[in-house]
Design a protein around this ligand. Structure first.
Ligand code: FMN
Length: 572
């Protein structure tokens, strides 16, 4: 039997399930001593909403459906290892897309019907047939509040302060009105400098992330609050305490996007200044997360004391914050190098990915699944959320026209020159942005012309050659070239119904588990997608209509409950 699907497809063994209102509660006395054949009452912290394993949308529902249905595989609660159940063994193809299960013989349904490969096939196809009712087919959205960026259209009347709390509040309330999974705050730790001046598109005085998120937790009830915190410059004890507090005050909605930016320019802001090379910064990040998890778990059957000695940290003491609703905040990762991907496979539960094209996203998913398999983790234990932008119009033509206007506003003349200077490493202010590319080549020894930025491209000589070839081929001016190469790829452009259909299609293709919406206007840029696209997704039946059944961020994300053993320790 071959099935290209999740390893733990739930098989409903002859049990009729339906999703309606809960039965009335009886008044039996359950307080007596345990007896064989008696009734065990179990309390859950949330409404199960639906007991059908094929539709199950949260962990509480899974806890119930696991009592009435068997699976192909189980997971050892101690080690996290996937172990046989209805399948005695299985093989996984090299590209991790085909799973061949060898089924146990002699198993029957409760009515005596034999359990066969056909039963498994029917169950898997049943999930697909359920369409929108199956959690596997749902679209998930999240909202990105920018840190440093070059896409905000400041001249738009809906563009407001990135500093005043009212802007954050509007953004968070809108995202929650749209039933988004989480709000994501990016962060830049030092204002970038370009040619010795503060980079003109950076936000001067951006407030501190954890403080803003705590305040947002107080004005929202369900949406997750995700903060970007650097593991190279922070200290584990401080940050673990901050994040545990955020998880506590938000009632279990905290997440930490672990970033590793490491340049000495940014480091100079911190007590621990200086430089770590690529491999070391991810080793430090892994050690940091493992230590933080130890601190968060230190009250489990203990007094909160900890003792940790490694290449990076030498600490012992007592962790002051009692265990929090999620125990560990949800761990995010953003960074695309080999080391970054390995770190994500070992430690993260969500990746904020920069991959914008559908094929690219699928290849990235396959790569991550292989890395997960190598460390014994299941694909559904790590969600991938690429950033995505959208432009709406009442007609497709209007949306395309708006897109052109937005791109024109995003790439103004001085901005285009500054963008080119970052790669050229030269002052190009004497060049006309509406004229051809500079006749001089890049100065590769002057990469520091812009300081404090994240460099996604390592070889600027190659970038310059690529851009020059493109400009010559299409006869582009500097501004036209920058418009072409700096846009966020994969922008969804169309009517609300068309954009909803595109989200749905990307989800069905498994190009992403969810999307982090990156509006070009902050804080007002989210309103349109919430008011016009979310209802379309709901009409298609592929988007939640309430947060029912979700109490924590892990619930919003349909992630398994926190289990330390599913993450790996750093190898020394
Ligand atoms: C989509 C995406 C978003 C990121 N957001 C931030 C951020 O808000 N703040 C930050 O300091 N670094 C951010 N980074 C940088 C990464 O944490 C990392 O330092 C950088 O990508 C280099 O890591 P790599 O070599 O694994 O790619 C982001 C990276 C990506 C891909």
């Amino acid at each position: 039997m071959t099935a290209a699907a999740s390893l733990t497809a739930v098989l409903c063994l002859g049990v009729l399930t339906s999703c309606g209102t809960a039965a009335g509660q009886g008044d039996d006395d359950y307080t007596g001593p345990p007896v064989n054949g008696g009734t065990l009452r179990v309390a859950f912290d949330a409404d199960i909403t639906c007991a059908d394993g094929q539709q199950a949308g949260n962990n509480t529902a899974l806890n119930v459906s696991r009592q009435i249905a068997d699976s192909l595989t189980d997971q050892d609660p101690e080690t996290g290892e996937i172990v046989p159940w209805l399948a005695e063994s299985w093989d996984v193809s090299d590209d991790s897309t085909t799973f061949t299960f060898h089924l146990r013989y002699g198993v029957t349904f409760t009515d005596g019907t034999p359990f066969t490969a056909q039963s498994v096939k029917d169950n898997l196809e049943g999930i697909v047939d359920l369409g929108a009712k199956s959690s596997l087919g749902s679209t998930y959205l999240a909202a990105h509040f920018p840190g440093v960026n070059n896409t905000t259209v400041w001249a738009d009347p809906d563009s407001g302060s990135h500093i005043e709390f009212a802007g954050f509040e509007h953004f968070a309330r809108t995202a929650e009105r749209g039933l988004f999974d989480f709000l994501f705050l990016a962060e830049g730790l030092r204002l970038r400098e370009h040619k010795g001046q503060v980079f003109d598109q950076d936000v001067v005085g951006r407030p501190e992330t954890a403080t803003v998120l705590s305040a947002l937790a107080a004005v929202t009830t369900h949406i997750g609050v995700t903060g970007t915190f650097n593991s190279t410059f922070n200290e584990p004890y401080d940050l673990a305490r901050t994040l545990a507090t955020l998880d506590r005050v938000s009632g279990g909605r905290a997440a930490w996007n672990v970033v590793t930016s490491h340049n000495a320019f940014t480091g100079a802001n911190f007590r621990r200044s200086g430089y770590l090379d690529g491999a070391d910064r991810y080793r430090r990040a892994a050690d940091f997360v493992s230590l933080a998890r130890t601190l968060w778990e230190s009250h489990r059957g203990s007094d909160g004391s900890f003792d940790w000695h490694s290449d990076f940290f030498d600490v012992h003491g007592t962790f002051p914050v009692p265990e929090t609703p999620q125990i560990s905040p949800v761990i995010f990762q953003a960074g695309d190098s080999d080391e970054g991907r390995d770190f994500a496979a070992r430690h993260a539960e969500v990746i904020f990915s920069a991959h914008t094209e559908a094929e690219d996203r699928k290849a990235f998913r396959t790569d991550i699944d292989q890395r997960l398999a190598a460390v014994g983790r299941r694909p559904d234990s790590l969600k991938i959320y690429p950033g995505i932008s959208d432009i709406l119009g009442d007609t497709e033509a209007e949306a395309q026209e708006r897109y052109r206007e937005v791109r024109h506003a995003q790439v103004h003349g001085p901005g285009a020159i500054a963008f080119l200077e970052q790669v050229w490493g030269r002052d190009l202010s004497g060049y006309d942005p509406d004229g051809p590319l500079p006749d001089v080549g890049p100065d590769l020894d002057n990469a520091d012309i812009t300081r404090g930025r994240v460099r996604h491209e390592k070889d600027y000589g190659a970038v310059a050659r690529r851009w020059r070839a493109l400009a010559e081929e299409k006869n582009l001016s500097i501004r036209e070239l920058v418009t072409e190469v700096s846009g966020r790829g994969g922008t969804l452009i169309g009517t609300p119904a068309q954009v909803a259909a595109k989200f749905d299609d990307l989800t069905q293709q498994r190009a992403a588990d969810g999307f982090i919406v990156v509006p070009h206007i902050t804080p007002g840029g989210l309103d349109e997608i919430v008011d016009r696209v979310v209802p379309e997704l709901q009409d298609r039946g592929v988007y939640r209509t309430s947060y029912a059944g979700s109490t924590t961020l892990r619930d919003n994300l349909d992630l398994p409950a926190y289990n330390h053993s599913t993450s790996q320790e750093v190898s020394a």
